[in-house]
Design a binder for this molecule. Sequence first.
Ligand code: HEM
Ligand code: HEM
Ligand SMILES: [Fe+2]
Length: 448
Amino acid sequence: MKYETQKLAYPYFLAAMGLFVAQVLGGLLAGTVYVFPNLLSETIPFHIIRMIHTNALIVWLLFGFFGAAYYLIPEEAETEIHSPGIAKLQFWLFLIGAAAAVVGYLFGIHEGREFLEQPLIIKVAIVIVALMFLYNITMTLIKGRKTAVSLILTIGMWGLALFFLFAFYNPTNLALDKMFWWYVVHLWVEGVWELIMAAILSFLLIKMTGIDREVVEKWLYVIVSLTLFTGLLGTGHHYYWIGTPGYWQWIGSIFSTLEVLPFLAIVVFTFMIVRKGGRNHPNQAALLWTMGCAVMAFFGAGVWGFLHTLAPINYLTHGTQITPAHGHLAFFGAYVMVNLAIITYAMPHLRGMQPYNQVLNMWSFWIMCSGMAFMTFVLTAAGVLQTHLQRVMGIGFMEVADEINFFFILRLLSGIVVVVGVLIYVYAMLSTDKEQAQAGETSPQAAE
Ligand code: HEM
Ligand code: HEM
Ligand SMILES: [Fe+2]
């Protein structure tokens, strides 16, 4: 590790992993309620469990992004982070805010509106946290070297904060409410977060394959342009049935179909660079997560997104189990995996030891990916059946829910597999290699 302030990433990655465990345990509990509907219905009702599951997801992904930025920006900018004090303060404020939100949820304090349930004061705290971060990173960039990777990462983070501001606008008109809600949700995951992901993957590829920066930068610009060209108007795929004018069915269908292209470009780019640059880096596990991220994001967002994005198809599938099938694989493939990739890469440097327990880490990769893939297939099957029975045959919602119950049992089983994978990952990242510890070896990788 070349710069002292890269260490600022460490607590962020620890918090990310901790909340990741909490998130999947919350998911597991939600999946259990699906199979045993009355479980905890008085103490922690399903909607609260679901809220903790999805909010923990967003918060740990943000912890991961912040950590990734603090880790990679010094190296890219060739200078220390502007203010380590702000970075530390920002960490604690965010952690306390997240904890307060969860406690509030448990007591039923929330504002509704999926993903944006945080009470007003927590939303304000999130904005303060984001401003502290943006100030710190932007000041660092101004005094340092400006690379495409750090610029795009920073632009992505600015976009993330700006679009979050729409969370404060909650019109009473339900159509308008939904319109602005998607400004946050869609423009995050299919807009600015994609820039963040592309920048982190580029950093990892430059570091691990030894390829010329110019090659990666050229691709990065292609991906960013494709993302913004398709993703902004792609928002239209959520405007089919909420009371917006009919032309959105055309705009949404066309542009969101094109949204597959940046995800395809990321796969091509990753594999091309790994082939050209070679895969001799000692941290094979980090390379596996990097390549896996490109592939799984393509399937989750690209393929499973396209599956229900055309208006005539979405007319039938809207809000069925097809939606969480896609939501799970897309979030996992793109944003969970990019975080696990950078954490896998950075942790050995941060802890001052060789990449250890790589085999175990790679096991966790295959276990988690199989679990999520199986969950996606199962929910897709449930969704197809549900669409047919409910939307084509016109059978009532609750009756159909009984019919597809079997798939919810399978979803629960796949969830257990995912949780096991997550626990193995965290163990592999945090345990100490006994031989290395005994030999008293410190940071042989730091020279790299
Ligand atoms: C990494 C990127 C992506 C993530 C994380 C993601 C995640 C999600 C999530 C969580 C939802 C459910 C939202 C809700 O109603 O609560 C959703 C809905 C949807 N997504 Fe994505 N998505 C991504 C990319 C895409 C792409 C590229 C497409 C199209 C090619 C797409 C098409 C859709 C559609 C059509 C819906 C609405 C489903 C419905 O009508 O019920 N998504 N997405
Ligand atoms: C890293 C892995 C995971 C990610 C990224 C993730 C993400 C998500 C997202 C984005 C939603 C909202 C979905 C939507 O509205 O379409 C959701 C809901 C849910 N998740 Fe997960 N999740 C993960 C792991 C799990 C696990 C292991 C389980 C265990 C069975 C699980 C069970 C559920 C359930 C039951 C819901 C509520 C679905 C509903 O309301 O019908 N998730 N998750
Ligand atoms: Fe979308």
